[in-house]
Design a protein around this ligand. Structure first.
Ligand code: ASP
Length: 417
């Protein structure tokens, strides 16, 4: 039986077992089942820094120059931002359709504390690691990307025997990382089960049913985004059969669904793209870590849905100005959201505040955030992979053009001679 099927079965099983056990067994589940899930998630997390560092350095040496990296970076960033803005619109659209929260009683809910969003310059400064080891220790992905790019450029600049030695060393290390991820993934059916049972036990039907409309709107928006945005990107920009894409992605998608962490899913996502979809290592190793940090379309859908939900609960009709503001801050918020469980909830505060919507609404969303997080994280990592497929194809085309140009020049030279 394939691994994706095994994970899927354990997903279903965990819902059945979780519902059967019910909320009374929560302490027992927390003591005996949840830790096994944590062990599994820690095993995957263990590989985040080694796999990004080794594969990005290998990717750099494979690209051979910074110009190419700049080109890939520009393409990637452009598609990431465009898809995120569309995601918020789709969030709005599905929320307008479902109208979540109409007629809901707010009750006595209190809003969590809001962190101030960092300024643009602060973000820029924090991207340069003063101490790369400290950044690695904290698994800060953006500084790690910057450091890896420097090491890769250094190796290219040194060149010769020494450069070759280090290129081979990092290449071999990256290979080892992918093998280890493969071994860890064999445990995923157990890991997924143990991660989900506690979620089902604590979020039983009692917690979920009153807010089912928000969950449906978020799920609908996420599915619509996958169909309307990613499928064409994969088929037309990536020239890949979407069915093949989604089949190969199913493992990573299920891991995202259960762990609710883009950063945590990153090693599995990278491995799947390279091994199953044959996307070039140098593209994957740059596009994916960047995407896991700044590209969160699922989170953007969620911002749109939740903003309208809060507006509905408090009976505040959203104006065009407010919606534009939500789109703008929502895109920024999704860039700033950390790829960890619940990262988006913190940023939702910023979005609601920008549109002058009552922050107390967050307390309602917080109750079901774990479930909403499952959908948004799945979409988040799928988007990164879809963009990687598109960028890979366009790079292949530009490589082909370059080779053809070189051949033409060669022919011209021989004619002249
Ligand atoms: N959990 C999401 C992720 O890791 C982030 C979020 O909370 O929106 O992609």
């Amino acid at each position: 039986m394939g691994l994706s099927i095994q994970i899927f079965i354990s997903l279903i099983l965990s819902v059945v077992v979780g519902l059967t056990l019910g909320p009374d067994s929560a302490p027992w589940v927390k003591q005996w089942i949840a830790p096994v899930g944590t062990i599994f998630i820690n095993l995957i997390k263990m590989m985040i820094v080694p796999v990004i560092f080794s594969s990005l350095v290998t990717g750099m040496t494979g690209l051979g120059d910074l110009k190419k990296l700049g080109r890939i970076g520009a393409k990637t960033f452009f598609i990431y931002m465009g898809t995120t803005a569309v995601a918020i619109l789709l969030g709005f659209a599905s929320a307008f359709l479902i109208q979540p929260g109409v007629g809901l009683d707010m009750g006595a809910a209190t809003a969590p504390e809001i962190k101030a969003a960092p300024t643009f310059m602060q973000v820029l400064v924090s991207m340069i690691p003063a101490n790369p080891i400290a950044s690695m220790a904290k698994a800060e992905i953006l500084p790690l990307i910057v450091f890896s790019i420097f090491i890769g450029s250094g190796i290219i600049a040194v060149g010769g025997k020494k450069g070759m030695f280090l290129t081979n060393l990092f290449d071999a290390f990256a290979e080892v990382c992918y093998k280890i991820i493969g071994m860890i993934m064999r445990l995923s059916p157990i890991g997924v089960f143990c991660l989900l049972v506690p979620v089902v036990v604590t979020n039983g039907p009692k917690v979920l049913l009153p807010l089912l409309s928000v969950i449906i709107a978020a799920a609908l928006g996420s599915i619509a985004h996958g169909l309307v945005v990613y499928t064409p990107i994969i088929a037309f920009l990536g020239k890949m059969n979407p069915a093949r894409f989604y089949k190969a992605m199913s493992e990573a998608m299920m891991i995202a669904f259960t762990t609710c962490s883009s950063a945590g899913t990153l090693p599995v996502n990278m491995k799947n793209l390279i091994e199953k979809l044959k996307v070039k290592k140098e593209v994957v190793s740059f596009v994916l870590p960047l995407g896991a940090t700044i590209n969160m379309d699922g989170t953007a859908v969620y911002m749109g849905v939740c903003a309208l939900f809060v507006a509905n609960v408090y009976g505040v009709p959203l104006t065009m100005n407010q919606m534009i503001m939500i789109m703008f801050t929502g895109t920024l918020a999704s860039i700033g959201t950390a790829g960890v469980p619940g990262g988006g909830l913190i940023m939702l505060a910023m979005v609601l505040q920008s549109a002058n919507l009552p922050l107390e609404g967050i307390a309602l969303v917080a109750g079901i955030d774990r479930v909403l997080d499952m959908f948004r994280t799945t979409l988040n990592i799928t988007g990164d992979a879809a963009v990687a497929v598109a960028v890979d194809h366009s790079e292949k085309s530009s490589d082909k053009e370059l080779i053809e140009k070189m051949q033409e020049e060669k022919e011209m030279n021989s004619i002249i001679k």
